[in-house]
Ligand binder design. Structure first.
Ligand code: MN
Length: 250
């Protein structure tokens, strides 16, 4: 039986880097993600946007983490317009993540999807998104908590957890205090997914895929909270545990 730690593939965000000799794209990974995976006992492994190579990437990793970032191209879920606050569309990242998550699910690789990740997961399986919460789903809950001056490692709202769900199993809780940095959210949930948590305004905050061993999406950022609120290490520990179990089986 293999004794190495499981490798967790994480997708980064493209950022524009303006230099005197030109403007270049960098693929940036917040240290919060890699440190959370390390703290949970996994080996973080960054997967930059690329076309193809999906099978080779999946042979290399034991678990997949779709990170947060800018918005998914609305054309991918059938919207014929781009809302004025929809930003940062980067087709190569969308393409990589759509192909990776679909094939990971086909191969029953465990997947954790964070913020943009839960939205990408939903789109990959046929769901749709609210392009801008303040405009299209007016609510008293502030889902961009920095506008209320709340630090990233502190909770901005609660979520109510669906009893018996994968999220309930993962956090061992009926309610979770979460942070919130999203102007988009799930609208129609993909047929294969089930809601695992909602905010007080019914915004969908977590989903899982019951047909898979372990596929979880959360709208909050546990990687920003696991140091100050240790329960938020649990999704990373569960991902690493499932990645280890799957690797030992194959
Ligand atoms: Mn929220």
């Amino acid at each position: 039986m293999a004794t190495r730690k499981p490798v967790i593939g994480i997708t980064p965000s493209p950022v524009e880097d303006v230099q005197p000799h030109g403007t270049f794209v960098r693929y940036a990974m917040s240290a919060n993600y890699t440190e959370a995976v390390e703290a949970a006992g996994g080996v973080p492994f960054v997967i930059p946007p690329q076309s193809g190579n999906i099978d080779d990437i999946l042979e290399t990793i034991d678990g997949l983490l779709l990170s947060g970032g800018a918005d998914v191209d609305p054309a991918l879920y059938g919207d014929e317009y781009v809302h004025e606050r929809t930003y940062g569309i980067f087709p190569l990242r969308d393409q990589l993540e759509l192909a990776l998550v679909r094939e990971a699910i086909a191969q029953d690789v465990p997947v954790l999807c964070i913020c943009r990740g839960i939205q990408l997961l939903n789109v990959a399986l046929g769901g749709t998104l609210i392009q801008d919460i303040p405009d299209q789903y007016p609510t008293d809950i502030e889902h961009s908590q920095h506008k209320a001056g709340i630090p990233a490692d502190q909770p901005g709202h609660t979520v109510t957890v669906t009893p018996g769900s994968l999220l309930a199993e993962t956090y061992q809780a009926t309610s979770i205090n979460v942070n919130s940095f999203h102007h988009q959210a799930l609208r129609e949930v993909a047929a294969d997914l089930v809601v695992n948590a909602v905010a007080p305004d019914e915004t969908i905050e977590a989903v899982s895929r019951p047909g898979s061993t372990w596929v979880l999406g959360v709208q909050w950022h546990p990687e920003m909270m696991f140091r100050s609120h240790s329960e938020h290490l649990k999704p990373f520990q569960a991902l690493v545990r499932e990645a280890t179990a799957r690797r030992d089986k194959n």
